[in-house]
Design a protein around this ligand. Structure first.
Ligand SMILES: NC(=O)C1=CN([C@@H]2O[C@H](COP(=O)(O)OP(=O)(O)OC[C@H]3O[C@@H](n4cnc5c(N)ncnc54)[C@H](O)[C@@H]3O)[C@@H](O)[C@H]2O)C=CC1
Ligand SMILES: CC(C)CC(=O)C(=O)O
Ligand SMILES: [Mg+2]
Length: 357
């Protein structure tokens, strides 16, 4: 297969981890006789520095003209003082919206080899957990009306959470279909005891649940869910939730797998073209130090092969290579806790994975 892949390296550790994913994808392509053509485009802070825009039109056009997209991360302290509309993060929301990517699949599983990296006790983790967070990605408070207005205590800033039945139904269907292929258990997470948008979310999910009688459905308030994730993560299989709740709960879920540097994601819409991105940010505290864990981005590349291109064996090869290096005890610093051993650098971990392919 010959495939065009747009690269959005972004800021901070973005370039380091995307380079790792590219190396792994190139080795996989070579092994299976494919040709991947990579084209880089600017996004985020680096785009602001060069063009004064966080999301240049050329980047949007390039992504829409490619077969799929790999993203590193955007943002950093250098751009934190900018107005909301020209911040790096606005570009990430912009490209997800421009590509129509309303679904974000965030799998969180505990690798047996990383059991000691999880902060949870053995009796809680048992033989591991494997959950899939299905996060709505182009609606809710990240996209709602916002601004400043005169309020009770003077000028106030506001952001709005809004969801339509159409938006809830389409993400719900993705989650129910995913549950049908897994253990047929789904938990919808909302704040329906307070928010009107959550009450519509819950009502719509209940109606959808009737169409999937084989799926065991329940709902939970988000504050309870945040607690239950660390109390007993194994109770969950598929979680479906809104944009902001999914963002927050997936960072929490990542840490119980050992590190946020492990969690990949697929941002998907109606077409096969997706955007594949680690769940973490640009990690300015470790950027440029060759310390980042590249596995989340490498596994995002594997998700791209599986979801966008249907290259299941190729995706499996990358996932098995990751399993193998973890089984060998190889670790980047984020997975080592207080161990006195020397951690692997980002490039050394990438080399080990390349060797295992
Ligand atoms: N998808 C994206 O582009 C996202 C961008 N951001 C942006 O990233 C910047 C930093 O945000 P933070 O809140 O610090 O979140 P972050 O996810 O960048 O970092 C949180 C902590 O996790 C560590 N970490 C993250 N990824 C890692 C990896 N691959 N290997 C090892 N350690 C890793 C970092 O060193 C840091 O201590 C901000 O400008 C934020 O807006 C945040 C989240 C998502
Ligand atoms: C940086 C934000 C736009 C979003 C975020 O944190 C995420 O998608 O994980
Ligand atoms: Mg996030």
């Amino acid at each position: 297969m010959e495939l065009k892949i747009a690269l959005l390296k972004g800021d901070g550790i973005g370039p380091e981890i995307v380079d790792s994913a590219v190396a792994v994808l190139e080795k996989t392509a070579e092994k299976f006789g494919h040709r991947f053509i990579f084209t880089p485009y600017l996004i985020g802070g680096c785009a602001i520095d060069e063009t004064s825009l966080p999301l240049p039109q050329e980047t949007v056009d390039g992504c829409l003209a490619s077969d799929s997209v790999i993203l590193g991360a955007v943002g950093g302290p250098k751009w934190d003082g900018l107005a909301g509309d020209i911040r790096p993060e606005k570009a990430l929301l912009g490209i997800r919206s421009a590509m129509g990517l309303f679904t974000n699949l965030r799998p969180a599983k505990l690798y047996p080899a990383l059991r000691s990296a999880s902060p949870l006790k053995d009796e809680i983790v048992g033989d591991g957990f494997d959950l899939l967070i299905v996060r709505e990605l182009t609606g809710g408070i990240y996209f709602g009306e916002r601004g400043y207005r005169e309020g009770r205590y003077g000028t106030e800033a506001f952001d709005t959470e809004a969801y339509s039945v159409t938006e809830i139904e389409r993400i719900g269907k993705v989650a129910f279909e995913a549950a049908m292929k897994r253990s047929k258990r789904i938990c919808s997470i909302d704040k329906a005891n307070v928010l009107e948008s959550s009450r519509l979310w819950r009502k719509t999910m209940h109606e959808l649940a009737e169409k999937y009688p084989d799926v065991e459905y329940r709902d939970m308030f988000v504050d309870n869910a945040a607690m239950q994730l660390v109390r007993d993560p194994k109770q969950f299989d598929v979680i479906v939730t809104s944009n902001m709740f999914g963002d927050i709960l997936s960072d929490e879920a990542s840490q119980i797998t050992g590190s946020i540097g492990m969690l990949a994601s697929a941002s998907l819409g109606a077409s096969k073209r997706g955007l594949y991105e680690p769940i973490h940010g640009s990690a300015p505290d470790i950027a440029g130090k060759n310390m980042a864990n590249p596995i989340a981005t490498i596994l995002s590349g594997a998700m791209m092969l599986r979801y966008s291109f249907g290259l299941t064996a190729e995706a499996g090869t990358i996932e098995k290579a990751v399993d193998k290096v973890l089984d060998q005890g190889l670790r980047t610093a984020d997975l080592m806790g207080s161990s006195l051993d020397t951690p692997l650098s980002c490039t050394a971990m990438t080399e080990a994975i390349l060797k295992a392919i």
